[in-house]
Design a protein around this ligand. Structure first.
Ligand SMILES: Nc1ncnc2c1ncn2[C@@H]1O[C@H](COP(=O)(O)OP(=O)(O)OP(=O)(O)O)[C@@H](O)[C@H]1O
Ligand SMILES: [Mg+2]
Length: 381
């Protein structure tokens, strides 16, 4: 090999990006060391070896270079590389090098493996979304607490005044002077009926205000270290006997050995809300499958256990996906308040865990309840 070509090869081999040079007839002219490393080729493989026998997994890449008719600034290609469990993504650019008018141009394909970068980006996006959701819920919670508190005073006033009015009218009704005039006692009767309606409406409003206060000022959790498997089994048994789910299937698949620190009653409420939503989504006749998985927390490497609650319902539309955890978001008209998932989200946050969702329209919905695994010794009595 000529000395200047040797120098060029050495320069190409120390470059941090993979490079493949292809001639107009589709044959490979050069491949540098980084390209061999990234593509899982042995360091001794030369361009001529590839021209003789191209490994099957590289054919989509070679075809892409061969079929390109103009420069490509920035693009990606997915490849299944040897000894990699998942597909890898290569970020690349392609340049046509025209040396002079008579010669056909040379194609220079420059690339790097961006699989991990993409994964990190996705993880960052997820963390950002979770943070935004927490912030949003916290500020909505503060607003709700204020409104609910302010509503309590007039409601108390309405309820006291209606009681007083009712007492007075009932007394009036019994007076002989009133009983002598059927028209007057009739009007009093009608008045009493209206008062009853006001009382019922204000009672309803008081219940809602209480719910709102419970949402905005969550009660203190009673955290106990418990085996997750047993907790979930107990909850599922309780749900199975609930009249609401008489035609609905709930099944646990697999097991988990982990202990978690949780408030059993609150966790039961979370499961109730999730199963009720799945039941609503399938007109009461669907099926929920519950299973477990474990993973390391991307933030600090600690172990987490996730309980998956997967239904066979119609899924959630992409367009409303980022609203479902918001308080008062409902697609159920008057039959839903839209507080279920936001309360569940808050409860899981209080546990130091997370509630997340995966759903594809028409392919069911999977809610994931993630909790830190309890690692310190637990003494059960
Ligand atoms: N398993 C599911 N399948 C399909 N859509 C769901 C599912 N779970 C939740 N959703 C959607 O998320 C919305 C919000 O749920 P959320 O539990 O907060 O309120 P809701 O069920 O509408 O009312 P509430 O729970 O207060 O009675 C639902 O209205 C529904 O559109
Ligand atoms: Mg609900």
């Amino acid at each position: 090999m000529k000395p200047d070509l040797l120098i060029m090869d050495s320069i190409l081999d120390i470059l941090p990006s993979g490079m493949i040079f292809m001639e107009a007839d589709g044959s490979i002219l050069k491949i540098n060391q980084k390209a061999r490393d990234t593509l899982g080729l042995s360091p001794s493989v030369q361009a001529s070896d590839l021209n003789q026998k191209m490994p099957d997994y590289l054919i989509p890449l070679v075809k892409l270079i061969e079929q390109a008719t103009q420069d490509i600034q920035r693009a990606e290609i997915s490849l299944t590389l040897p000894a990699r469990p998942e597909e890898s993504t290569l970020g690349f650019s392609l340049k046509f090098l025209h040396s002079d008018d008579t010669q056909a141009p040379l194609k220079i394909f420059t690339f790097s493996d961006i699989t991990q970068v993409q994964k990190d980006q996705l993880a960052m996006e997820k963390i950002k979304d979770e943070l935004n959701q927490s912030k949003k819920l916290a500020s909505i919670g503060t607003m709700i607490a204020g409104v609910a508190h302010e509503m309590n005073n007039p409601l108390t006033g309405i309820s006291m005044s209606t009681s007083l009015l009712k007492m007075n009218l009932e007394r009036l009704k019994t007076l002989p002077q009133v009983q002598e005039h059927p028209k007057v006692s009739d009007s009093i009767e009608k008045g009493l009926l209206e008062i009853q309606k006001i009382a019922r409406a204000s009672e309803k409003a008081a219940v809602l205000v209480n719910d709102l206060l419970a949402y905005s000022k969550p009660t203190q959790l009673v955290l106990v270290a418990l085996p997750l498997q047993a907790v979930v089994s107990d909850i599922v048994n309780a749900l199975k006997s609930h009249p609401h789910f008489s035609q609905f299937g709930i099944e646990i698949q697999g097991q988990t050995p982990h202990m978690v620190r949780c408030d059993r009653i609150k966790l039961e409420q979370v499961f109730y809300n999730l199963v009720k939503n799945a039941c609503d989504a399938t007109d009461g006749k669907g099926q929920v499958t519950i299973f477990f998985s474990e993973a390391k927390d991307p933030k600090d490497g600690s172990l987490q256990v996730t309980t998956h609650v997967k239904d066979n319902g119609p899924g959630i539309d992409k367009t409303v996906m980022n609203q479902i955890f918001d308080p008062f978001f409902t697609t159920k008209g008057h039959s839903g308040v839209g507080l279920g998932l936001s309360i569940c989200y808050r409860t899981m946050e209080q546990h130091g865990g997370l509630l997340s969702v995966d759903s594809v329209k028409w392919q069911g919905t999977e809610f994931k309840i993630t909790l830190p695994v309890c690692v310190e010794p637990v003494y059960l009595n």
